[in-house]
Design a protein around this ligand. Structure first.
Ligand code: ZN
Length: 159
């Protein structure tokens, strides 16, 4: 495994739409492994392939330590409720905003063996699923944020 370089806010790649994975090859497996390592090294709870410069619909999420979720070609098929929470992004270091996301979402995706599965998550996991799928469509949380936090609020939040 290898830690990959992150793509940051001013990079136009983050605004591109990622392409579906047509075939799950050893390259995709390596991408998944490297993305998981990169996410953990950066203390993130989610990462989309575009954030490491790969325009493919591949996402890793780990909102609970040790519970790695790999999503290939993910699609949200149901959403319910609403949560208003802090949100940040590894591609926008030092920034945080307040967003409104569904409280619970169900996602359909392929696993690394090409098997379709569905997963329902609430709270932080629902937020992470929405955030990462937005990346695949060239969107950032700042697009939908209710507002951004001030430096003072960030300091307080991180205490
Ligand atoms: Zn992000």
């Amino acid at each position: 495994m290898a830690k990959l370089k992150l793509v940051y806010e001013d990079n136009p790649l983050l605004r591109k739409i990622s392409k579906p994975v047509e075939e799950i090859t050893p390259r995709i497996h390596r991408l998944l492994d490297d993305m998981a390592e990169t996410m953990r090294a950066e203390n993130g709870c989610g990462l989309a392939a575009v954030q490491v410069g790969v325009l493919r619909r591949v996402v890793v999420i780990e909102t609970e330590p040790g519970k790695l979720i790999e999503l290939i070609n993910p699609e949200i098929i149901a959403a319910e409720g609403i949560q208003t929470e802090y949100e940040g992004c590894l591609s926008l270091p030092g920034k945080y905003g307040i967003t409104q996301r569904p409280m619970t979402v169900t996602v359909r995706a392929l696993d690394r063996n090409g098997q379709a599965f569905e997963l329902t998550g609430s709270e932080l996991l629902a937020k992470a699923i929405c955030h990462e799928i937005d990346h695949l469509d060239g969107k950032l949380y700042t697009d939908c944020a209710v507002r951004m936090l001030t430096p003072e609020e960030i300091e307080e939040m991180l205490e």
